[in-house]
Design a protein around this ligand. Structure first.
Ligand SMILES: Cc1cc2nc3c(=O)[nH]c(=O)nc-3n(C[C@H](O)[C@H](O)[C@H](O)COP(=O)(O)OP(=O)(O)OC[C@H]3O[C@@H](n4cnc5c(N)ncnc54)[C@H](O)[C@@H]3O)c2cc1C
Length: 492
C-alpha cells in the first residue's frame, strides 16, 4: 500500500491550494479527484467544438497573498483582466452600466452617492478578507492564546477601519440587502442590480436578514460588482495544479474516494471506489462537510450530537446554469449583466423556491466569453415540490432564453448549441451535495465560529488527523482559496 504525509480529497481550487502549501513545506502530498478533470467549481470545460466555457463559476480571482506565496504567476496564472462593466437593464431594454456617469442618466442623487457606496464596500470587503484569513477558535469550547491570536489581528483590522466604518460593517452583516442599499440610493433599478449580487448563489431574497453579509462576501470575492477573468476559471486551477506538481505533489484524477479508513478514532488513509487503499498521516477533505462526514466517514464513527449538527447543515442549492453557443449576433454586451428589474422582482423570484418551484420570472446573471453566453439562473430549487430535474431543466432553459429575448430579440436565432446544468447535475457531476454552490449556505448562523458547525470551526473533526479544507468551512465559499490555505496552516 502506498503511503503519503497528506492526502487531499478533491481537486477544486481549495484542495489544490491546501496541497500546494503542504507540498511547499516538503510534505509528500497526493490529491485525489473523482472527475476526469481537475478544478471542481473553478473549471473551464468543453461541451463541443468551439464551445468551451467556465461551466460553473464565472472566472474569479484568488487572494493576492496566495498567488504570491505559491508563485502562481510563474506556474501560468495570468494577471487579472481589466475590470468589466456591471450592467443592468432598464424597462425599455437599454443597458445601464453601474458607474457614476451612467447612473446620472436616471438619478443625479444616486450618481453622487455611488463613490461613497463603493468606498464603504471596498472597506467592508477588506475587513471580511481579514476575517476569512483568521482561523476561528472553537467556540463555545475553551481556547488558548495561540488559537485566539488570529482574533487579535482581526480586532486590530476592525479598529484600524475607524469607528464609523467598523460600526457600519458590523451593522451591515445582519441587515437585509434592501435596507443596506436604501441607505444610499433612491432608484429601484440601481438598488435591485446591487441586491442581485447579494443573493447570487444564496437561497435568500434581498429582503432576507443577512443578505447584507452575502453582499459583502460577493463583493470581496469579485473585487466589486462585476466578475473578473470571465472565461478563465480553468487558468486558476491549472496554475495551482502546476504549483502542486512543481513542489513535488501528485494529482490523480478518476480517483473517487469511497471511504476514509478510521482506526480508534484516527484517520489512517482512504479507500477508492475501485477498492484501492492508500494510507496517510493526515487526510484533508475539500469535498463538502456533509459528504465528507456522513458518507466518507459515516455516522457510526462520529459522536451523535456531531452527526445531528452535520445533518442540519443547510445546503439548499437553487441555481441552474445554461450555456449557449451562438454565432455572435446575440446583441448582449460584454461584462456582467443582470436581469433584476426591481427588488420586488428578485424577492418574488426567491418566493418560488420556498415552495419547491422554479421562478417563472427568474433573476439571471449573464456573462459572455467570445461567442459563448453563460446564464446563471435563480431560483431553481434542488428539492422540487413535484417533477423531475431531467424534464424540468427544459423549462428552465426556455424561461432563461425567453426572459433574455425580451431584451435581446436576436438571441434565439443566434443559438447553435446549448448545454444546461440543473441543481441535480451540480450534485451528480460536480459533487456538490444538494447542488449547494458554497458547500453550505452562507448565512449568519453558518459563518465565523459556526462554519461548518458550532465548535468545529478550526478545520478539525472528531476524527484525529482528518481536516476539512473546502468551501464549507470558515474562509469559504468563493474562489479566494482562504479555506484551503487556512487548513494547511492550521496543522503546522
Ligand atoms: C454556478 C456557481 C456559481 C458561483 N458563483 C460564485 C460567485 O459569484 N461568487 C462566489 O463567491 N462564489 C461563487 N461560487 C462558489 C465557488 O465557486 C465555490 O465556493 C468554490 O469554487 C468551491 O471550491 P472548493 O475547492 O472548496 O470546492 P469544489 O470546487 O466543489 O471542489 C471539490 C472537489 O472535490 C471533488 N470530490 C468530491 N467528492 C469527492 C470524493 N469522494 N473523492 C474525490 N474527489 C471528490 C469534486 O469533484 C470537486 O472537484 C459559485 C459556484 C457555482 C457552482
Amino acid at each position: 500500500m502506498s503511503h503519503y504525509d497528506n492526502i487531499i480529497i478533491g481537486a477544486g481550487h481549495n484542495g489544490l491550494v491546501a496541497a500546494a502549501y503542504l507540498a511547499k513545506q516538503g510534505k509528500k502530498v497526493l490529491v485525489l479527484e473523482r472527475r476526469s478533470i481537475i478544478g471542481g467549481s473553478v473549471v473551464t470545460e468543453s461541451f463541443g467544438d468551439n464551445f468551451s466555457v467556465d461551466s460553473l463559476h464565472t472566472g474569479g480571482t484568488l487572494r493576492p497573498d496566495i498567488i504570491k506565496d505559491l508563485k502562481l504567476a510563474s506556474y501560468g496564472l495570468q494577471p487579472d483582466s481589466a475590470p468589466q462593466p456591471f450592467i443592468t437593464l432598464l424597462a425599455d431594454g437599454s443597458p445601464l452600466t453601474l458607474d457614476v456617469e451612467s447612473i446620472k442618466r436616471i438619478s443625479e442623487k444616486d450618481a453622487a452617492r455611488f463613490p461613497e457606496f463603493v468606498r464603504f464596500m471596498n472597506k467592508a470587503a477588506q475587513i471580511m478578507d481579514v476575517t476569512y484569513s483568521t482561523i476561528m477558535p472553537r467556540l463555545p469550547m475553551n481556547f488558548g492564546f495561540k488559537e485566539g491570536y488570529g482574533l487579535l489581528e482581526w480586532a486590530l483590522e476592525l479598529k484600524l477601519a475607524g469607528r464609523k466604518d467598523m460600526l457600519n460593517f458590523i451593522r451591515a452583516l445582519p441587515m437585509t440587502a434592501q435596507e443596506l442599499v436604501e441607505e444610499y440610493f433612491e432608484s429601484d433599478i440601481v438598488k435591485a442590480a446591487i441586491c442581485a449580487v447579494a443573493i447570487h448563489g444564496s437561497t435568500l431574497g434581498p429582503m432576507g436578514a443577512g443578505t447584507g453579509y452575502t453582499l459583502i462576501h460577493s463583493w470581496m470575492n469579485r473585487g466589486g460588482l462585476a466578475h473578473k477573468n470571465v472565461g478563465k476559471a480553468g487558468e486558476i486551477t491549472t496554475a495551482l495544479a502546476n504549483a502542486v506538481k512543481a513542489f513535488g505533489g501528485e494529482i490523480r484524477t478518476e480517483a473517487e474516494v469511497a471511504s476514509i479508513k478510521i482506526e480508534n478514532q484516527i484517520a489512517k488513509g482512504v479507500v477508492l471506489i475501485n477498492g484501492e487503499e492508500i494510507s496517510a498521516n493526515q487526510i484533508f477533505s475539500a469535498a463538502d462537510p456533509k459528504h465528507t462526514l456522513l458518507k466518507l466517514v459515516g455516522a457510526q464513527d462520529l459522536p451523535p450530537e456531531f452527526v445531528w449538527h452535520t445533518q442540519s447543515i443547510k445546503m439548499r442549492g437553487s441555481v441552474a446554469k445554461i450555456h449557449l453557443q451562438t454565432n455572435g449576433n446575440h446583441g448582449i454586451p460584454e461584462g456582467t449583466l443582470v436581469v433584476a428589474p426591481s427588488i420586488k422582482y428578485l424577492e418574488k423570484a426567491y418566493d418560488a423556491t420556498k415552495y419547491g418551484e422554479v421562478s417563472e420570472e427568474p433573476y439571471l446573471e449573464v456573462t459572455t466569453s467570445g461567442n459563448t453566453i453563460s446564464i446563471h439562473f435563480q431560483f431553481a430549487p434542488y428539492a422540487l415540490k413535484s417533477g423531475d430535474w431531467k424534464l424540468e431543466i427544459k423549462k428552465v432553459e426556455e424561461l432563461a432564453i425567453n426572459s433574455l429575448s425580451e431584451y435581446f430579440p436576436n438571441l434565439r436565432a443566434s443559438i447553435s448549441n446549448l448545454k444546461s446544468l440543473s441543481p441535480l447535475d451540480l450534485e451528480q457531476t460536480y459533487g456538490l451535495t444538494e447542488g449547494d454552490l458554497n458547500h453550505g449556505q452562507l448565512m449568519l448562523d453558518q459563518f465565523l465560529f459556526m462554519r461548518p458547525i458550532p465548535g468545529w470551526s478550526n478545520h478539525k473533526t472528531p476524527i484525529d488527523n482528518l481536516y476539512l479544507c473546502g468551501s464549507g468551512v470558515h474562509g469559504g465559499g468563493g474562489v479566494s482559496g482562504a479555506a484551503g490555505r487556512n487548513a494547511a496552516k492550521s496543522v503546522r
